[in-house]
Design a protein around this ligand. Structure first.
Ligand code: PLP
Length: 427
């Protein structure tokens, strides 16, 4: 097998003699067959092939194969957004009356989905808060628990998830570990190597990397033994919507990802489009190069901010005095990705002045693309909260979240310095 950099560029599509060098865009909703028997075999899952683009498509297939290769999984399913990836990944093994365990340090949109929408579907989340002991986490499991969930590098708290520890806890209770690897990407961390079973991504972030396409993906390690666990009749007993197919028997290690596609993507239709998935594929070809530069630039920005008198604190796991540094050295040895958060001395007003003074970095509600961007949650996404409520939410009034791009580092630092000077009134 090639190294990961080569797999970013080459995997997923191997043209035959005379075929297009790059992945062709199969902008077609449907496919043509020579006989009713041929199409019937697809409907019965007896043959492999494309039936309808809601379920699979040749362009999307190439991108899925590339991502599966990068993560080291047996199969992948692209979705229309990261939110859709989480939704399908969860519903594939968890239904009304059941529960799951999640780290409380995860993306706010995922918290909404899990705490509000899934609750209305009868699925309950039990959060693990920082500092909980193994015994306290053990006590959260019961016979209806179906999986454990966390983010490798959490958005926006930048806490590092102890994948090995949570894999051990999950497996002791006979359930899989699901990891959102969006901020790390498989370039910086491959959760399957630490015992995770399912990986999901918002491909909207670094994988696309250019802020062009909203998308998500689910990747299956193929290693979790659903039959041995005995908790997943949806995978080990006949599916009446496919004439009694038993996924674990018919598809073996790809049972989970096959069911997610042929049953849930068929029924829910959160499908990515071939044209835009092609753009995701282009982004993936340079993922390794971009991540290296994002990490270098973010580390330099974090170190610069940490020594700056107009900055009251910096949160970046790559800083030696970060309380996440030890975990980062284990799980993110090649760099801690591109997001840095910090406090502007002078509180909310100074933070707003800083933001408004930036020239290169743009204010956007997004992270993880090639352009340096910035957000002040207290005056935007969380502006309805008081300073006291912000502290409860783990977001201080002076917090600025900066997504460091791949521009020249001197230009980024100069922009930050001139804006900090204006924020602190020294210029
Ligand atoms: N997971 C993480 C870690 C995210 O940061 C996001 C979005 O910011 C999502 C999931 C949701 O992804 P999307 O916006 O593509 O639906």
């Amino acid at each position: 097998m090639y190294n990961i950099e080569t797999r970013c560029v080459q995997d997923g599509y191997t043209p035959e003699n005379g075929e297009p060098r790059t992945v062709p865009i199969a902008q077609s909703t449907t496919y043509k067959y020579d006989s009713s028997e041929a199409v019937g075999a697809l409907f019965d899952l007896r043959a492999e092939g494309h039936l309808y683009t809601r379920i699979s498509n040749p362009t999307v297939d190439c991108v899925e194969k590339k991502i599966a290769s990068l993560e080291g999984g047996v199969g992948a399913l692209c979705t229309s957004s990261g939110q859709a990836a989480v939704l399908i990944a969860v519903l594939n093994i968890c239904s009304c009356g059941q529960n799951f365990i999640a780290s409380s340090s995860i993306y706010g949109g995922t918290i909404n989905l899990m705490s509000v929408t899934m609750k209305r579907m009868g699925i309950t989340v039990r959060y693990v808060t920082p500092g909980m002991t193994d015994a306290e986490i053990d006590a959260l499991f019961d016979e209806n628990t179906r999986f454990v969930f966390g983010e490798t590098l959490a958005n926006p708290a930048l806490t590092v998830f102890d994948i090995e520890r949570f894999a051990r806890l999950a497996h002791t209770h006979g359930v899989p570990l699901m990891v959102d690897n969006t901020f790390a990407t498989p370039i910086l961390c491959r959760p399957f190597e630490f015992g995770a079973d399912i990986v999901i991504h918002s491909t909207t972030k670094y994988m696309d990397g250019h802020a062009t396409v909203v998308g998500g993906v689910i990747v299956d390690s193929g290693r979790f033994d659903w039959a041995a666990s005995g908790r997943y009749p949806e995978l080990t007993e006949p599916d009446e919507s496919y004439h009694g197919v038993v996924y674990t028997k018919q598809f073996g290690p790809t049972a989970y990802i096959t069911k997610a596609r042929v049953q849930l993507m068929r029924d829910l239709g959160c499908t990515p489009q071939p044209m835009t998935t092609h753009l995701l594929g282009l982004g993936l070809e340079s993922l390794h190069v971009r991540m290296e530069r994002h990490c270098q630039n973010a580390q330099a920005v974090a170190e610069h901010l940490a020594a700056h008198p107009a900055v009251s604190w910096v949160n970046y796991p790559g800083l030696p005095d970060s309380d996440q540094h030890a975990l980062a050295q284990k799980y993110l040895p090649h760099g801690c990705s591109g997001v840095v958060s910090f406090g502007v001395a002078g509180g909310r007003e100074a933070a707003v002045r800083f933001m408004d003074s930036l020239k290169l970095a743009a204010i956007v509600v997004h992270v993880a693309d090639v352009r340096t961007s910035v957000l002040h949650p207290a005056s935007t996404t969380h502006r309805q909260l008081t300073d006291a409520q912000l502290v409860d939410a783990g977001i201080s009034a002076d917090l600025v979240r900066m997504s460091i791009g791949i521009e020249n580092i001197e230009d980024i630092l100069r922009d930050i310095d001139q804006a900090l000077a204006k924020a602190s009134g020294t210029r």
